[in-house]
Design a protein around this ligand. Structure first.
Ligand code: ATP
Length: 202
């Protein structure tokens, strides 16, 4: 899977629709301080399902919406679209029918985030699993924030292990195992309740 296009609209400093073609090979983004280079990386992480506002350098998730300037009013929504070349059919099953995948995340003030994959409404979890299964995503070690290297050096072994697990592509499996454990627990509780009822009837 290769990222081919990133479109931003109302996301942080990108108030006007902005279309970035990601060509094969190495892409460099250069510009003066404060022009929005980190915002681009954050847009990438956000569309892949980042749900921690702090990782977006905000207090709440709505802080990613263009907040306005002295000459332009604030926007009511922000949208990021990520296009992925899937011609080699490397996407995880369930998303692997088309040559191109288009993932859209939109946040509207007071209404939260909504996701689409190829125009179909999906849950945040579906998008997060799509990228986790492909060994990438909002927490991918391939996306290195400012200050992250020193954080890594000082991290606890358990947190360092998580990075290796993400790189190995097994973090999606852990997420599924956690969900299966929760389901098992609630089924056990239901069975215990059924036993109580049977005992009362006997
Ligand atoms: P540096 O080279 O200093 O790291 P940079 O090019 O990475 O800078 P960013 O940190 O991506 O720049 O962008 C910061 C700019 O984005 C600031 O001017 C800030 O005001 C603007 N910005 C961030 N959030 C919003 C928002 N919600 N609405 C409008 N502008 C925003």
């Amino acid at each position: 899977m290769q990222f081919t296009r990133l479109r931003l609209n109302g996301f942080k400093s990108f108030v006007d629709p902005t279309d970035l073609v990601i060509a094969n090979g190495l892409t460099g983004v250069v510009g003066p301080n404060g022009c929005g280079k980190s915002n681009l990386l954050e847009a990438l992480r956000w569309v892949m399902g980042e749900n921690r506002a702090k990782a977006m350098r905000g207090d709440g998730m709505e802080d990613v919406i263009f907040a306005g300037t002295s000459s332009r009013g604030a926007r009511n929504f922000a949208e990021v679209v990520l296009q992925i070349d899937n011609s080699e059919r490397l996407a995880p099953s369930g998303f692997n029918e088309t040559d191109m995948l288009e993932i859209v995340r939109r946040i509207t003030r007071d209404a939260g985030s909504a996701y689409k994959v190829n125009t179909k409404d999906v849950r945040a979890r579906d998008v997060q699993l799509l990228f986790a299964d492909a060994s990438t995503g909002a927490h991918s070690p391939a996306l290195v924030r400012q200050g992250q290297i020193s954080e890594l050096i000082n991290a606890k072994p358990k947190n360092r292990r998580r990075i290796l697990e993400e790189a190995a592509g097994i973090s999606g499996l852990y997420q599924r195992r956690h969900e299966a454990e929760l389901k098992l627990k609630s089924t056990e509780q239901n069975l215990a309740r059924v036993d109580d009822v049977i005992e009362q009837l006997a």
